[in-house]
Design a protein. Structure first.
Length: 188
C-alpha cells in the first residue's frame, strides 16, 4: 500500500515538473520576434535527466531515478558538464567537474595498464632445469591483473555520472536562460 502511494506521489511530482517546465519555457518567449526566438533556441542551455528507471516487484511498482546522470545542451548541441559550468560563469565548479571526470579516466587507464601488465607477466615463459617451458611469474601476473580490475570497476561511477546533481544545474540553466532572454531583447 505504501509503495502505491509513493509511486503516485512520484508520478505527480514528475508531471508537475514537466508542466512547469513547458509553461515556464513558453512564457519566456512571449513577445519575441521569430528571429529572436531562433537566437534564443540556438543559445539556451537545457539539461536532460537520463537514467530513469521503472520496474515492478511483487504487487507494487518501484521507480528509481539517478539525479547524477544528466546531459547538458547549448541549443541543439551537447556540451560537457565542465563546459556547462564555464558558460554559466561557475569556474570553480567547472574545475571540480573536470577533476571528477579526470579521476575516472585515470582509474580506468591505470586499471587497464595493471591488467595488461599482469597478463604480460603471466605469459612470460621460462625453462625449468629439465628444459620444459614454465611460467614462473604466472601467479604474480594473475594477482596484478586481477588487482587492476578494481580501479577499472571503480571508474564506472566516475565515467557514467556527473559530478553535480541535476537539482543544482537545473536552477543554473534557468538563471542563464533568463539572462540570455534579457540580452536578446536588448540586442534587437
Amino acid at each position: 500500500m505504501k509503495i502505491n502511494k509513493l509511486v503516485r506521489f512520484t508520478r505527480l511530482v514528475m508531471l508537475i515538473i514537466l508542466v512547469f517546465g513547458i509553461v515556464n519555457s513558453s512564457f519566456a518567449q512571449v513577445g519575441l520576434s521569430e528571429e529572436q526566438k531562433k537566437k534564443y533556441e540556438k543559445n539556451k542551455l537545457s539539461v536532460e535527466v537520463t537514467g530513469m528507471a521503472m520496474g515492478s516487484y511483487s504487487a507494487g511498482m518501484v521507480s528509481a531515478t539517478s539525479w547524477r546522470k544528466w546531459h547538458a545542451y547549448k541549443g541543439f548541441t551537447p556540451i560537457s558538464e565542465e563546459e556547462f559550468f564555464r558558460k554559466t560563469g561557475y569556474e570553480e565548479e567547472a574545475r571540480q567537474a573536470a577533476s571528477f571526470r579526470k579521476k575516472g579516466n585515470m582509474l580506468f587507464w591505470g586499471g587497464l595498464t595493471a591488467c595488461t601488465l599482469g597478463v604480460i607477466l603471466a605469459l612470460i615463459p621460462g625453462e625449468d632445469e629439465d628444459g620444459y617451458t614454465e611460467y614462473p611469474l604466472l601467479g604474480y601476473g594473475a594477482i596484478i591483473g586481477v588487482a587492476g580490475l578494481v580501479p577499472m570497476v571503480m571508474s564506472i561511477g566516475y565515467r557514467t555520472t556527473n559530478w553535480a546533481p541535476y537539482s543544482s544545474v537545473e536552477g543554473i540553466a534557468d538563471d542563464y536562460n533568463k539572462q540570455l532572454l534579457v540580452q536578446i531583447k536588448k540586442e534587437f
